[in-house]
Design a binder for this molecule. Structure first.
Ligand SMILES: [Zn+2]
Length: 316
């Protein structure tokens, strides 16, 4: 009886094992194909995220670490982000010390060799940009958080194009079979921006040389591109909160130079800007530092240009 029971079962058991093995192989292969079908891309801030989306299209899965309303110098580096970075094919950072307070710790924790400096999976877009305001002497004791030069270049569409080129180059290295697709997207991105850049310049042409007060030194590249002076700040130094003595100086300058517009970003203290505006009859303009979720890079810049034109018109 024993043999009768065992023998008929053995081939069946073996068949089940083989089938299970085969199924497992099929599942593993299909899972591998699926998981590699899209690149896992992490961008530190939403501006680079929007550019990565334009280039990567539906061939990337994107995670942006900083929220559009978050100060990029001080992002909440949640441990859960380490897991995401561990699985990433590439990380895109602005560089120039923008993320120095929070990204290195996350990358250390992620232990992902693909994201090491110098690898195609570590994209630092500052490398293709001529940085403004590079200090001749380094003195961190004064609290200045722009020790490598000003890192807020992404609002200049020409720098945006340079970042797109860097991102495309890296994507091509990581996923050569999609390179034609990425390059076609880059071409579209550049053509669209070139056309819009001409429109934006025309819209701001009547206001050349206009001064604008900013909360933080976030807009020198935007100002330079469009012929505006965005070099009076509510902060006495980048990263140092406004003081009454400094604000008094700003108010005096605004009255003397007839400056009528103050721009603020979502994470800055709008009340401080409003207090200054009350003393100077200026307008406070919400000026987002980043595209909102799902917003394209060009639409973000378009919104900035339109809100400034509107404010200048109102203050005529
Ligand atoms: Zn800054």
């Amino acid at each position: 009886m024993k043999n009768i029971i065992i023998f008929p079962l053995t081939p069946n058991f073996s068949w089940v094992c083989q089938s299970a093995r085969f199924l497992l192989t099929v599942l593993t292969v299909s899972f591998t194909l699926t998981s590699h079908a899209k690149l896992n891309i992490v961008a530190t801030t939403p501006d680079f995220g929007a550019i990565a989306t334009a280039i990567g299209g539906d061939r990337i899965d994107l995670l942006v670490l900083a929220k559009p309303t978050e100060d990029p110098h001080f992002v909440d580096a949640k441990p859960s982000l380490i897991v995401k970075l561990n699985r990433a094919d590439a990380v895109i950072e602005g560089g120039a010390e923008l993320e120095i307070g929070w990204l290195p710790a996350l990358l250390d924790g992620a232990r992902n060799p693909k994201l090491e400096s110098g690898k195609p999976g570590h994209i630092s877009t500052a490398e293709g940009v001529q940085l403004l305001e590079v200090p001749s002497t380094l003195d961190r004791s004064k609290g200045d958080i722009h020790a490598s030069g000003n890192p807020h270049y992404a609002s200049d569409p020409v720098a945006g194009k340079a970042a797109a080129q860097d991102i495309c180059n890296s994507f091509c290295q990581i996923e050569p079979k999609s390179c034609d697709y990425f390059q076609a997207n880059l071409k579209k991105f550049n053509a669209d921006l070139d056309a819009k850049l001409a429109q934006w310049k025309a819209a701001l042409a009547p206001y050349q040389g206009k001064e604008v007060v900013c909360y933080h030194d976030s807009w020198p590249y935007f100002g330079e591109r469009f012929g505006l002076k965005m070099d009076v700040f509510l902060e006495p130094k980048p990263g140092i909160p406004p003081t009454p003595a400094h604000l008094a100086q700003v108010i005096t300058k605004m009255k003397a130079d007839k400056i009528g517009v103050i721009v603020v970003q979502p994470y800055q203290n709008r009340k401080t800007a409003e207090t200054v505006a009350n003393h100077t009859d200026a307008l406070v303009v919400d000026f987002p530092h980043f595209p909102t979720a799902g917003q394209s890079y060009a639409d973000w810049i378009d919104g900035l240009v339109k809100s400034l034109v509107k404010a200048f018109e109102a203050k005529k």
